[in-house]
Design a protein around this ligand. Structure first.
Ligand SMILES: Cc1ncc(COP(=O)(O)O)c(C=O)c1O
Length: 458
């Protein structure tokens, strides 16, 4: 896998020196030499794993590297504010003494109570706020802490591809080994595919399990496919988890974005699964506040307690005032019908992009959940001698196609091969991921610009 990223890696990483370069000399303009002190202390070889040093896709496709008028549908953060009543609660917390200080490592009691009230009924569980809920610094840190708490060196973690890229270094930094099982893309014969047409080969999943397998990550609704796993799929995964005694990490950060009345099934509610499942949530996704870094884990004491021990030593506690704000968000969401209204808004945003792709006659995956659309970009033609930056050369075709679309058409997206291992990267090369967590005006402008793609289609 490192081969693919080697050139990008070289561009940012100093060599992993075995010993300080004390004897290396740099030549000064006056011809004299002085010791090279630029890389005295070698950094950890751990960073060689999990693509940690590779130039990541977010940096390559960041606004700074693209034309200034390019509309950013690449990275999945909103260009609108959190609801006013939630930011008011943040302000109130900032003006109160206690929430400006350390919180309990489990999280502030008000937020844990709000999580209990909101999620308890959905999980059919009268959650214990002392032992079954842990507030974390975003879903990311929560997931990292679970890996720290549960992985022994060499333990294998199964993840479905395409996968949220942060899983990879979080697993490898903790000594784990990622094992990849692809979601299979819709058959070519399907004219209007949906995320439900991305399927799991359960024999393949079963074959991926070894005596070293410790965990399986399920992400529903899924980033970047938008798949909302069916009950039958989750039952089959649950049966495998039960048979091989696996911990299930159920990443449900997009649980408030499930469209068209599709059922969002929480795997923790399936028979026997509560005891081996940790459910992951994010205030960032729920309240358009990705920079707040507030998330949560819900699960049995046997999973939450060791994870608390890890999290306490990683971050000690999470951002206190914004925990209060997230609590107020969950407390008032029902009364304000916030998630219902937000879902309608996202459905409208999804429709704008879909219509733009329909007009172009391009195939895409209609997402049943989350805020991403995978566009089939294999029909987009570009000159191979186009002045691509070195960061996209040597990567999949999708890197060049997405770069070309961003620079020529003015709408950025993310190449999907980034979310696959090297062996399966060609599956992802057919797609660009477009995020629709943007306001209607921006999406309408993007839709208009996207029509410029017409002249580049085969
Ligand atoms: C599937 C998935 N899980 C977890 C996260 C991280 O969430 P947070 O911002 O709360 O750390 C993201 C963010 O994009 C995501 O897409």
């Amino acid at each position: 896998m490192l081969a693919v990223f080697a050139s990008a890696l070289r561009s940012i990483a100093p060599p992993l020196a075995k010993c300080p370069a004390k004897s290396a000399m740099a030549t000064l303009p006056n011809g004299l030499s002085k010791p090279d002190r630029s890389n005295l202390v070698p950094f950890s070889s751990r960073l060689k794993e999990g693509r940690a040093l590779a130039l990541d896709v977010w940096t390559i496709f960041s606004a700074a590297n693209l034309p200034s008028d390019c509309i950013n549908l690449g990275q999945g953060y909103m260009n609108f504010a959190p609801p006013r009543w939630v930011t008011d609660a943040a302000e109130e917390a900032l003006n109160t003494v206690a929430p400006n200080h350390y919180s309990h490592p489990r999280g502030r009691i008000r937020l844990r109570e709000a999580i209990k009230a909101f999620y308890g009924p959905q999980l059919n569980n009268d959650l214990d706020v002392e032992s079954e809920i842990l507030v974390t610094s975003g879903a990311n840190e929560g997931q990292y802490s679970v890996f720290t708490a549960f992985l022994e060196h060499g333990d294998e973690v199964i993840m479905f591809e395409p996968f949220f890229d942060q899983y990879l270094p979080s697993v490898t930094f903790n000594g784990g080994k990622p094992v990849y099982v692809p979601l299979h893309p819709p058959k070519a014969s399907i004219e209007k595919p949906t995320s439900d047409d991305w399927t799991i080969d359960f024999d393949e999943l079963r074959r991926a399990v070894t005596p070293k397998t410790k965990m399986i990550i399920v992400n529903t609704p899924h980033n970047p496919v938008g798949k909302v796993f069916r009950r039958s799929e989750l039952e089959a995964i649950a049966a495998i988890a039960e048979e091989f005694n696996l911990l299930v990490m159920s990443d449900e950060v997009y649980d408030c974005l499930v469209f068209d009345g599709k059922e969002h099934v929480r795997i923790a509610t399936l028979p026997g699964m509560w005891d081996r499942t940790v459910t992951v949530g994010s205030a960032g996704k729920a309240f358009a506040a990705t920079g707040w870094r507030i998330g949560w884990l819900i699960g049995p004491k046997s999973i939450i307690q060791p994870t608390l021990a890890a999290s306490t030593r990683i971050v000690f506690c999470s951002n206190s005032p914004l925990q209060e704000a997230a609590a107020s968000g969950l407390e008032l969401a029902k009364e304000k019908k916030f998630f219902e209204k937000q879902l309608e808004e996202y459905a409208e945003r999804r429709a704008i992009l879909c219509e733009a792709f329909d007009k172009l006659g391009l195939k895409y995956t209609l997402p049943e959940g989350s805020y991403f659309i995978l566009l089939d970009i294999s029909e987009v033609e570009f000159p191979e001698d186009y002045p691509f930056p070195s960061s996209v050369l040597g990567r999949g075709r999708d890197f060049r196609a997405c770069w070309f679309i961003a620079t020529e058409v003015g709408v950025s997206s993310i190449p999907v091969s980034e979310f696959y291992c090297e062996d399966h990267a060609t599956i992802g090369e057919a797609y660009g991921r477009f995020a629709f967590c943007k306001d209607v005006d921006t999406l309408c402008k993007a839709a208009e610009k996207l029509q410029g793609l017409k002249k580049y289609l085969k």
